[in-house]
Write a protein that binds this ligand. Structure first.
Ligand SMILES: Cc1cc2nc3c(=O)[nH]c(=O)nc-3n(C[C@H](O)[C@H](O)[C@H](O)COP(=O)(O)O)c2cc1C
Length: 165
């Protein structure tokens, strides 16, 4: 089932960047689910969604609306920390491929409920960092100053999968 479009959700822009890079590389149109160019129901799509509290945002709706051929989850965890097989199970993906892409963190663009959800995480990272925990210190840096890990290289496995006959 070759995707005919890339559909993405993105709160702060990193997933949109990946979707646009994929669109440029493949010629497939890329659009958000609620955009005017969203593909018709049952179109085969490649779905990209940002991760919030271990859930790929927008995926549930996408699975009911399009023929989702594969999924890219975009988060801030390192690829080594991201438990892709667990995420595939909890997302009910069956045998669809799931790719993990490291996006970034943009504190100035995190709004509403998401901002609220990050407050206790930031406080506990600050607390642990003050006690000398280096991992918490690194997380605090990211949460306070932001980071952009988006790279073309991370898309290579997705592009290889798309090129499969
Ligand atoms: C409230 C909240 C919860 C998050 N939960 C996760 C998570 O469970 N796993 C993860 O890897 N990243 C998590 N992130 C980080 C985002 O997935 C990351 O910033 C992503 O690049 C955002 O993509 P976007 O710019 O397309 O919205 C979370 C971010 C926020 C604000």
């Amino acid at each position: 089932m070759r995707p005919q479009a890339v559909v993405y959700t993105s709160a702060t822009g990193f997933t949109r960047q990946y979707a646009q890079m994929l669109s440029q590389a493949t010629g497939l149109p890329a659009c958000p689910p609620d955009g005017p160019d969203a593909p018709p129901r049952d179109t085969p799509v490649l779905f990209l969604g940002w991760l919030r509290a271990g859930t790929v945002q927008g995926l549930k709706g996408a699975l009911g609306r399009w023929r989702v051929a594969a999924v890219c989850a975009v988060g801030m965890a390192s690829p080594a920390e991201a438990d892709v097989s667990r995420l595939a199970r909890s997302s009910h993906l069956g045998d669809r491929p799931l790719f993990y892409l490291r996006g970034g963190y943009a504190p100035d663009r995190v709004k509403g409920l998401s901002k609220l959800m990050m407050t206790p995480i930031l406080l506990s990272a600050k607390h642990a960092a003050a006690k000398g925990d280096p991992k918490a210190g690194a997380l605090m840096e990211v949460l306070v100053h932001g980071v952009d890990w988006v790279s073309r290289e991370q898309l290579q496995p997705v592009l290889d999968w798309l090129e499969q006959p």
